[in-house]
Design a protein around this ligand. Structure first.
Ligand code: AMP
Ligand code: MG
Length: 321
């Protein structure tokens, strides 16, 4: 059932969460499938609904003012600084877990992922609920993350009892994940909080595993994938490649940062030159490619900076199969 974001809906959702049920909630990144992080049975329902392997850890979402020390054994000074500067927001930090954090939440790891999201509806839900909400993205495992309440329903169907509709997600790609493990600071997943923004807060650049074969558990090379095959192109290649595929008889979709013409293409989408719009509408376009039964979606790789780093990361995973 989809409900609006009224106080009545929030009360209904909190009641269900306290009973150990799962609720889909909006965040500024993508929609999440939430359960009480202190209830192992409730958390197991997330994995069942998503069809997600149990060793894939979840992110614990907390309200503004929550105490990190209730969830992490140790909070490094640089983690506190990032939290102070960038929370609430699309940033997840990985810290050594507090002994009380359920192994079901952390996939059995010694670390825990924590985020304080900025979406006002998520914050109202967290504040009324009072505890932590474990939540991965509200999609079937390996599929494209949902950015509207309707996406959640079309993907999870009756596996989710309640979806709070908070409108389309403003950012549209998952949070930036920064790990603080054994004295090392690393970006495990790029997101709207750019490497440049993190470096500004910390006063030095930090490494990333985004393009290395070393991955966080749950960060599979093939992920966020539509059924439609993707072909990634540089800006100067896309028109020619689109035309080639059209003349080979394919139903071709084109997704570009700036509008281009590809005569005979089935669909042509663009982001008006705005990387924020590109990110926000990326998963919608991947879903549309499937809905239009395209043979192939040709996508322009945006510049490798700022939000473009996250968009390129998701495109690479969506193109892998
Ligand atoms: P999702 O919200 O669906 O992107 O899923 C949460 C993601 O957070 C997982 O896929 C992992 O990549 C990451 N994550 C959560 N907990 C940890 C952890 N303890 N260590 C490393 N990565 C984690
Ligand atoms: Mg996910």
């Amino acid at each position: 059932m989809i409900v609006d974001d009224s106080d009545r809906s929030i009360r209904l959702a909190v009641g269900m969460l306290r009973e150990g049920r799962v609720v889909a909630m909006p965040t500024e990144t993508v929609y999440g499938l939430a359960a009480d992080a202190s209830n192992a049975e409730a958390v197991s329902r997330i994995f069942a609904a998503k069809g997600r392997p149990p060793d894939h850890p979840l992110i614990v979402h907390l309200g503004i003012g929550a105490n990190l020390r209730d969830w992490a054994r140790h909070v490094p000074e640089e983690a506190s600084r990032l939290a102070e500067a960038l929370w609430p927001g699309p940033l997840t930090v990985i810290l050594e877990r507090h002994a009380s954090v359920l192994p079901e939440v952390t996939g059995g790891l010694g670390t825990v992922a924590i985020r304080i999201p900025a979406h006002p509806v998520t914050q109202r839900l967290l504040e009324s609920f009072g505890g932590g909400l474990a939540a991965p993205s509200a999609n079937r495992f390996g599929r494209v993350s949902p950015t509207t309440a309707r996406d959640v329903c079309s993907d999870l169907g009756s596996a989710v009892d309640l979806v709070i509709d908070g409108g389309p997600c403003e950012i549209g790609v998952e949070s930036t994940i920064v790990a603080f493990i054994e004295g090392e600071v690393t970006i495990l997943r790029p997101g709207a909080i750019s490497p440049e923004a993190i470096a500004r807060v910390l006063g030095h650049p930090i490494g990333t595993t985004a393009h290395s074969p070393v991955r966080a558990p749950g960060m599979l090379a093939s992920h966020y994938a539509p059924t439609t095959p993707l072909e990634l192109c540089m800006p100067d290649e896309i028109a020619l490649r689109g035309a080639e595929l059209v003349s080979a008889g394919a139903r071709v979709g084109v997704l570009a940062l700036v509008r281009i013409e590809v005569p005979g293409a089935t669909a042509i989408w663009d982001a008006g030159g705005d990387i924020g719009i590109f990110a926000r509408s990326l998963y919608r376009h991947l879903r549309q490619a499937d809905a239009e039964a395209l043979d192939i979606l040709v996508v322009e790789l945006p510049p490798d900076e700022g939000l473009g780093v996250a968009v390129r990361d998701r495109l690479r995973r969506a193109a892998r199969r």
